[in-house]
Design a protein around this ligand. Structure first.
Ligand code: G3P
Ligand code: MG
Length: 356
């Protein structure tokens, strides 16, 4: 067995600081790069007044694709090579649950993609809302599966050998934004109100549903429209509210990954350390003194970075808010950044100048 190859230390690389970027509203909007983002990446890759290269990673709450595929998109949009070794999306940390649960309900995303991503993470028995509708079309009265969906969805009844009530969902994971809020809401609530996750059953106490995890909690996000759009956090709020309204006032506690959770920033810290080592030959024992986190959403990006800064002793986490996304210039952000700038290019220049 040969030892992993660690590259020689790159003499032009900054060993005492690094950057981490949010994607939507900072680098990309509605699938198109924000023009300054391309310049910002060039600056990090050495095209700056000091000729220094700065390590960086990406930390988005978005998802719904394989990490490799999302990195390919980002490489094209930003005109650089983006590696999965420097990328975390909303559902990446859900990978750690693959061995904990048997049958899981995976919600969100385009077509069959999230099922495939979950199976790629190692989840053993993945069902989707489409599978349930295929088995019982009355589940969502106004949702008709297309012929393609009928063909792709699993036959949970195994040709008539099984009933839906034979299936017990052990956990629900909302991987990506719902493409059909009505049927997804109905099915998540059905499972939440079931007897221990058993499909087609109803609990008398409404206290025995399986855990429900959302890959993030962004109520709003920045897409192509001039005004912010509703995100997965809005669906989470609806699920919790309607559960309470239809369960005699019982509260439903769901869980969210992603920013602003400090655990997500800790996950990012480990990724950054590995990336600095494998890409730049820097030792993992010496963490950067400062990580500049550039985001557009005060509630997730700035709140999380500031909380991480409070908690982390070795590294200063320095929050920078841009004006190209969710944050509305002229308003008072609910969570205060260390620095407010116009664009991601200003953020990168600010960090580099502060260090040099
Ligand atoms: O659905 C994606 C969105 O809520 C946020 O993405 O890159 O701004 O964290 P991002
Ligand atoms: Mg964003």
């Amino acid at each position: 067995i040969s030892a992993p190859i660690t590259p020689a230390v790159d003499p032009d690389v900054a060993d005492n600081f690094a950057f981490a970027f949010d994607i939507d509203g900072v680098l990309v909007r509605g699938g198109r790069p924000i023009p300054e983002a391309i310049e910002a990446m060039k600056a990090l890759n050495g095209e700056n007044d000091f000729g220094i290269k700065v390590p960086y990673i990406f930390l988005t709450n978005g998802g719904g694709k394989f990490e490799t595929e999302r990195c390919r998109d980002l490489s094209q949009q930003l005109e650089i090579e983006v590696s999965p070794g420097q990328f975390i999306c909303g559902h990446t940390p859900m990978r750690q649950f693959a061995n904990r649960y048997g049958t899981v309900l995976i919600v969100g995303g385009e077509g069959e993609t999230c099922r495939k991503v979950a199976e790629g993470y190692g989840f053993r028995d993945v069902i989707t809302p489409g599978d349930i509708i295929k088995a019982n079309a009355h589940t969502a009265p106004f949702r008709r599966l297309t012929d393609t969906e009928q063909g792709n969805c699993r036959d949970l009844l195994e040709g008539g050998k099984k009933k839906l009530s034979d299936i017990v969902v052990e956990a629900v994971f909302v991987f990506a934004d719902s493409r059909d809020w009505a049927s997804d809401l109905q099915i998540i609530l059905d499972v939440a109100q079931s007897k221990g996750g058993r499909l087609e059953t109803r609990s008398e106490t409404f206290t025995e549903g399986p855990p429900i995890y959302f890959s993030h909690n962004d109520v709003l996000w920045s897409a192509a429209h001039e005004h912010v759009r509703l995100g997965m956090g809005a669906l989470r709020r609806i699920v919790e509210t309607v559960f309470e309204d239809t369960s005699g006032g019982r509260k439903l506690k769901t869980h969210a990954f992603g920013k602003p959770q400090v655990s997500t920033f800790e996950f990012a810290t480990r990724l950054l350390q590995q990336w600095r080592a494998t890409q730049h030959g820097l030792t993992e024992a010496n963490p950067p003194r400062t990580v500049y986190f550039v985001g557009d959403t005060p509630e997730s990006d700035i709140r999380g970075t500031n909380a991480m800064n409070e908690k982390c002793k070795d590294t200063e986490w320095y929050s920078i808010l841009v004006k190209t996304g969710v944050y509305q210039p002229g308003t008072e952000p609910k969570y205060k950044p260390r620095k407010l700038v116009d664009t991601v290019l200003d953020a990168v220049n600010h960090g580099i100048r502060r260090e040099m």
